[in-house]
Design a protein around this ligand. Structure first.
Ligand SMILES: [Zn+2]
Length: 180
């Protein structure tokens, strides 16, 4: 995802780089996933997290991936206290992780071109609860759904030829969405 069209140097944008992982560099051994820019004026050394919010993290990437999954699958967001519990890290660490991940998904991802937007209902009807009021009836006497209302935006792909990357998409649960 960081390099959808092949590895590029984050310092100069050069498209050629070499893996230095595993090579003996004198006194130390280069860590896995380390690359060096092949541009003679640059020679910048980088990993997949360089110049992203995950740069210089002391946590394993698997902990970050677990955090991403936990945040994405929670409807109403996840408190840093609960994230900390689930990951086995301290609450301040969990708070910083949540902040970094939100920063990462929000930047450089503005949608453009033709964007389609629509709503849909997702999942099953929630279980009946005796204290809940009746959902009543909607248009044409149909029973109103109590499924989760979701708003989705999809950017039209540049082409319809097979193999064209799919358009960027966003979806969010809309609490209290009312449709006439
Ligand atoms: Zn470079």
């Amino acid at each position: 995802m960081v390099w959808p069209n092949g590895r590029i140097c984050p310092a100069c944008g050069y498209k050629h780089s070499i893996a230095v992982a595993g090579r003996d560099k004198g006194a130390y051994r280069a860590r896995p996933g380390l690359y060096q820019c092949s541009n003679g004026d640059c020679h910048f050394q980088f990993t997949v997290t360089t110049r992203t919010p995950l740069h210089a993290t002391k946590l394993r990437l698997s902990v970050w991936l677990k955090a991403m999954w936990l945040i994405l699958q929670s409807d109403k967001g996840l408190s840093s206290v609960r994230l900390a519990e689930a990951l086995g890290v301290s609450q301040p660490t969990a708070w910083r992780m949540g902040h970094a991940l939100r920063l990462m998904v929000s930047r450089d991802h503005k949608m453009g071109g033709t964007v389609e937007i629509d709503h849909f209902y997702f999942g099953a009807q929630p279980k009946k609860h005796p204290e809940d009021p009746s959902p009543g009836r909607g248009r044409k006497g149909r029973k109103k759904t109590r499924k989760t209302a979701v708003l989705a935006m999809v950017q039209r792909p540049e082409d319809t030829v097979r193999g064209t990357p799919a358009g960027d998409a966003r979806a969010a649960v809309v609490p209290g969405l009312v449709l006439s």
